[in-house]
Write a protein that binds this ligand. Sequence first.
Ligand SMILES: Cc1cc2nc3c(=O)[nH]c(=O)nc-3n(C[C@H](O)[C@H](O)[C@H](O)COP(=O)(O)OP(=O)(O)OC[C@H]3O[C@@H](n4cnc5c(N)ncnc54)[C@H](O)[C@@H]3O)c2cc1C
Ligand code: SF4
Length: 329
Amino acid sequence: MRPFKYSKAADAAAATKMVSDNKAASYLAGGTNILDLMKEDVARPAELIDISRLNLTQIKNAKNGISIGALAKNTDTANHPLVRQNYPLLSQAILAGASGQIRNMATNGGNLMQRTRCSYFYDVAMPCNKREPGSGCGALEGINRMHAIFGWSEKCIAVHPSDMCVALVALDAIVKVQGADGKERSLAFADFHRLPGDTPEKDNNLGHGELITAIELPKNNFAANSYYVKVRDRASYAFALVSVAAALDVCGGKIKQARIALGGVAHKPWRALEAEKFLAGKDATGLNFIEAANAEMKNAKGFEHNKFKIELGRRAIVRALSMAMNNKA
Ligand SMILES: Cc1cc2nc3c(=O)[nH]c(=O)nc-3n(C[C@H](O)[C@H](O)[C@H](O)COP(=O)(O)OP(=O)(O)OC[C@H]3O[C@@H](n4cnc5c(N)ncnc54)[C@H](O)[C@@H]3O)c2cc1C
Ligand code: SF4
């Protein structure tokens, strides 16, 4: 591991200034991702600014929903009564990720910022446009079983690895951010992460030094009919091959509104807008769920080793919607 400077920030303003003033500085929250990347020589920050003790851990009622602190741990978030009662989809998605020990350390802000698990990204001997822009993409013609089937570019076919973020995009979350000038801004969750395009080195639309302070969840009517399905190679410690967050607002058997998002299929948590559009106003039946899944997956395009994700995605959407209706969460 390369030598680096370690500093503690006293508050959010000091933290944003310290990182903004130094292009080679990064935040350190739970450390479960950035320290691994440093050990593998993938990330090389000259300075880590420890934000883990900042007062950004509250989970509380907000004006139009709830607010979740960026430094609240994944475990505390998943188990908080406000989240469990009003946003069970988010609890399920968080608990489907990583392990109990990792969730005890991992923070919400860090979960949003975690980097792809593409094995070529982690192997500094291999070409990777995300790690080293212009070097090529090892996965395009390589082992691409875990890779994207939506929204990829010739420059990068990696997927975003988070489970939590799949639920957050389905629930129309808002990310609250603070800059070095003290100014705050809000980003719609769907606009937080990016597709790779020609700049796969950028995972999201956060500027250098900007600090995620909280995630807000607007009120909704989805708590009674939502479900998270995660399909993976083994039951624990595995990232999603495909995951689905499904939430339905149903009245008298008719779907007023559907929210569906997919994980493990794109460079960002993928909102299944075609499936949502198909279901609006329809009866909540198995046949309509199949049609909705077909509408979404018809636009998927796989690679040599991951074409199986298209059928898997179709089936996972149907299963998540069916489970959401049976309320077996
Ligand atoms: C073995 C293993 C298995 C895992 N399995 C899963 C899984 O199945 N599903 C899943 O979703 N995740 C999984 N994870 C990933 C895990 O959820 C993330 O590592 C964790 O959420 C990162 O949070 P952290 O606080 O530790 O972030 P850190 O490692 O401290 O930071 C990660 C990045 O976020 C930046 N950052 C942190 N906080 C902020 C902030 N407030 N504002 C701006 N930038 C910030 C840091 O600078 C850094 O670049 C797994 C991790 C491991 C090690
Ligand atoms: S898919 Fe993206 S992260 Fe993986 S090797 Fe290609 S450029 Fe790198």
